[in-house]
Design a protein around this ligand. Sequence first.
Ligand SMILES: Cc1cc2nc3c(=O)[nH]c(=O)nc-3n(C[C@H](O)[C@H](O)[C@H](O)COP(=O)(O)OP(=O)(O)OC[C@H]3O[C@@H](n4cnc5c(N)ncnc54)[C@H](O)[C@@H]3O)c2cc1C
Ligand SMILES: NC(=O)c1ccc[n+]([C@@H]2O[C@H](COP(=O)([O-])OP(=O)(O)OC[C@H]3O[C@@H](n4cnc5c(N)ncnc54)[C@H](OP(=O)(O)O)[C@@H]3O)[C@@H](O)[C@H]2O)c1
Length: 524
Amino acid sequence: MRQQTVAVIGAGSSGLSMLKTLRDDGFKVTCYERRSQVGGLWAYTDDETMTTALPSTSANISKYTCGMSDFPIPDKYPHYLSQAEFQEYIESYATHFDMHKDIVFNALVKQASRNQDDSKWRLDLVVDGESRVEEYDKVAFCHGYQTKAKMPDFEGVKNFDGKILHTQQFRMSDEFKGKKVVVVGVSSTASDVLTLLLPVASKVYMSHRRGALIVPKFRKGFPPDLMSNWRRRQIFSFLQRTFPRVSRWLVDKLVALMMKQMYGDLDPAWGLGTPASLSLSPRALNENIIPSLRDGSLTSLPGIKRFVGPSSIEFADGTVLDDIDAVICATGYLADFSMATFLETSRPSNYGGPDMARLWMNLFPPRYADSMVMLCHSALGKNNGFSFSDVTSMAVSNVWRGVYPMWTVKEMGRHIDSHQDWVASRWRLDNNIDTSMVKTWEYQSFLHEAAGTGMENLGWGWKGWKFWFQDPKMSYMMNHGVETAHAFRYFETGKRKAWPGAKEAIIHMNELVKMFPIKDEKEK
Ligand SMILES: Cc1cc2nc3c(=O)[nH]c(=O)nc-3n(C[C@H](O)[C@H](O)[C@H](O)COP(=O)(O)OP(=O)(O)OC[C@H]3O[C@@H](n4cnc5c(N)ncnc54)[C@H](O)[C@@H]3O)c2cc1C
Ligand SMILES: NC(=O)c1ccc[n+]([C@@H]2O[C@H](COP(=O)([O-])OP(=O)(O)OC[C@H]3O[C@@H](n4cnc5c(N)ncnc54)[C@H](OP(=O)(O)O)[C@@H]3O)[C@@H](O)[C@H]2O)c1
């Protein structure tokens, strides 16, 4: 049989994982990357049309729970990798698995469409400034979840003479030296930008509609992601699936309690104490912002109502500021479907949000599920960050290789309709949700099953008991220990390649975290 050709768009962690997995499974893969290096948004760039982690950004997931399934994060790195360290790690991943030879750099994909006889995908590209057309059997879009800036549509914005930009365009803070700046949004990106602005701007305001959870890098001395483990994830998934209201209430109560325990009574003037439900709109402000609110160098304001003059802005509570030089919108990102004009959208009834993409499992367009996948939607459905890229790429490969039976177009369509009804029901609870949300329990279960990770060996079923009898120590460690991606390559299932180094790497990660006082915390 002729070897199937695949184009992978993007050489970030998702694209590299996809390139490697598909190549290992027998596809002929070419990856196109518009940057001149691998790393995705972790490869810092001055190009303001691209999203970039800033040199001051560090990962919000500790090194113990992120990292690729068969390429452990080296011990030399700190608990949280910085932008440069993450870039170095991804670069070494690509080098170790000899991926550069299959990547075309400085290659911007403009459009994917069916070729004339509808037998292949036609890619319109610009490589090193030259237009080019290539054809492939299959295409995997891995061009990023934070590629298209989400810019608010403010009333009266034309009245404003100052600078308005999205954080995608924000680089070094020098141009804001001595300026009065409003940052819109409270979340991870806002925290990064505020941290850089505060020492140089003459005054910084943080404008937000409803607050955020305050996230510490260390909770009682250890990274908070170490509190999660496979067993707890399963219990929480069960609660979310079976008792959605109770689980939502429980999560929000726990979060409120945790914030109170850690930060005491927050000044009500900051408006931070009433964030949106975490299970609907997760927003996370870094705790390093709190001292600036306390010492008054940062002022919290409600959302912007309208722009009223060349330097005047009115806020939702009636406050008017008359001397603002710049507004930076840290308002998040949307999936970029501009290259995929073939994509259909729809909207359920009794729903007033944006149109929703018709993607089965937020990944496959039903009509072309055997040849097209789009990993740019549903960023929040993954667990432990980057490392979930491997589960996704193994699942995609198995769907395309026929290892996981493909659903019919009709079945996928019905599933999309019912999924969109579910999203609409969330939207009615919170009009500002990200409509690319997934039922994490369904999304992750599907990907694990399709990928053939064998994680059912850690469950309560007979396979779980069998594994426990065979190797109680490993069973305990994988259920209750660090949530490392190496677990996804541990079991021999015949559906994807197990990694011979998985056992040793899992044990090593669990040894490393013994330096933290987690055990005492769990025993309390
Ligand atoms: C500032 C920031 C910090 C983050 N920190 C974390 C974190 O700590 N933990 C976590 O789990 N997640 C984090 N995220 C989420 C982020 O999605 C992941 O870190 C990760 O980058 C996703 O990898 P990716 O390969 O899917 O996308 P990207 O890293 O965005 O890579 C996509 C690649 O596709 C390329 N590309 C895009 N369009 C085209 C095109 N048309 N043609 C050719 N190439 C194209 C881009 O140049 C890029 O190199 C962060 C996001 C941001 C914005
Ligand atoms: N490693 C890191 O530290 C790091 C750094 C940056 C980003 N990231 C990741 O990147 C992803 C994106 O994060 P993000 O911080 O850029 O975006 P985000 O989490 O989507 O937060 C967007 C913020 O903008 C607000 N907002 C959105 N639309 C608005 C509008 N029209 N008007 C006013 N406010 C609006 C939201 O408020 P509402 O709640 O009111 O909607 C929210 O406060 C996340 O997954 C995050 O974890 C990580």
